[in-house]
Design a protein around this ligand. Structure first.
Ligand SMILES: O=C[C@H](O)COP(=O)(O)O
Length: 250
C-alpha cells in the first residue's frame, strides 16, 4: 500500500508564495518514490495555482481543507465539493481538529462531509484525535471510536479502500512540537485499525491511517516505520519545500 504524505498548509501562503513553494517542491523531490503518494492541501485561494505549478509533474496532487456538504446554494463564505474537483482536487479533509475545536464542528457534520465528499468525486481524509484532558482521563479509545463510528456512518462498505483515509492527530501534538511517543501512536493506530475492520470487514485492513502532530524531517522516518502508520499529515513542517521534500523522501 502506498504511504500518503500530505501537507496541510492551513491558512498560510498567498498565491505567489504557494506557486514558489510548489515549483521548489517539485524540483527538490524529483521523482516521487513508488511507495509514496504526495498531496498538498493549500488554502482554497491557492489550490489552482499549486495545481498549475504541479502541471505534469507525476504524482503531485492537490486537495481541499474544507467544504460545505451541499451541491451549491446560498451558503455565503463556503465552497462545494464540485468546486474543489473543478480546481483539480483529488482529496479533502474532514474533521480536522481546528475545524472541530476552533469552528465548533461536531461529529454529525463531519460525517455528512465525509459521505457527501465521497459521493461527489473526492477521496476523504477523516481526522480524529483526542484532546489532552481526554487522554489524561483515559478516554482515548472512547473518543476515537465515537469520531470514527459517526464520521464514517454514511460510508458504503463497497467504496474502494483507497477512497477513505483516517488521520490520527492527537490534538495536544498539533503545532506544539510535542510529537506523540511510539507506543501512543502504535496503540491508537491499532485501535483505529480494529474499528475500521469492525466497520468495513476485511477492507478495513487496507484503509490507510496517517499520523499527524509535529511531524518533522528528523522524526518522520521513525514514525512511518511504525505498525499501521500508512502516511503522515504534516502542518508546520510542510510550509517549506526543504523540510517537506525531506519528509516525502524519508
Ligand atoms: O494537519 C496537520 C496537523 O494539524 C499537524 O500540524 P503540525 O504538523 O503543525 O503539528
Amino acid at each position: 500500500m502506498q504511504k500518503l504524505i500530505a501537507a496541510n498548509w492551513k491558512m498560510f501562503k498567498t498565491i505567489g508564495e504557494a506557486r514558489e513553494m510548489a515549483s521548489d517542491l517539485v524540483r527538490r523531490v524529483g521523482e516521487i518514490p513508488a511507495d509514496r503518494e504526495v498531496l498538498v492541501i493549500p488554502p482554497s485561494t491557492a489550490i489552482f495555482a499549486v495545481a498549475e505549478e504541479f502541471g505534469h509533474a507525476k504524482g503531485f496532487q492537490v486537495g481541499g481543507q474544507n467544504f460545505h456538504p451541499e451541491v451549491e446554494g446560498a451558503f455565503t463564505g463556503e465552497i462545494a465539493p464540485r468546486m474543489l474537483t473543478d480546481l483539480c482536487c483529488t482529496y479533502a479533509l474532514a474533521g480536522h481538529s481546528e475545524r472541530r475545536h476552533v469552528f465548533g464542528e461536531g461529529d454529525e457534520l463531519v460525517g455528512r462531509k465525509v459521505t457527501f465528499g465521497l459521493e461527489n468525486g473526492l477521496k476523504m481524509i477523516l481526522c480524529v484525535g483526542e484532546k489532552i484532558d481526554e487522554r489524561k482521563g483515559g478516554r482515548v479509545e472512547e473518543v476515537l471510536r465515537r469520531q470514527l463510528e459517526v464520521g464514517l456512518a454514511g460510508v458504503s462498505r463497497d467504496i474502494p479502500e483507497t477512497d477513505i483515509v483516517v488521520a490520527y492527530e492527537p490534538v495536544w501534538a498539533i503545532g506544539t512540537g510535542e510529537v506523540a511517543g511510539p507506543e501512543e501512536i502504535v496503540h491508537a493506530h491499532a485501535f483505529i485499525r480494529n474499528v475500521l475492520v469492525e466497520l468495513f470487514g476485511e477492507k478495513g485492513h487496507s484503509i490507510r491511517i496517517q499520523y499527524g502532530g509535529s511531524v518533522k524531517p528528523k522524526n518522520c522516518a521513525d514514525i512511518l516505520a511504525l505498525d499501521n502508520v500508512d502516511g503522515v499529515l504534516v502542518g508546520g513542517a510542510s510550509l517549506q519545500a526543504e523540510s517537506f521534500s525531506q519528509i516525502v523522501k524519508a
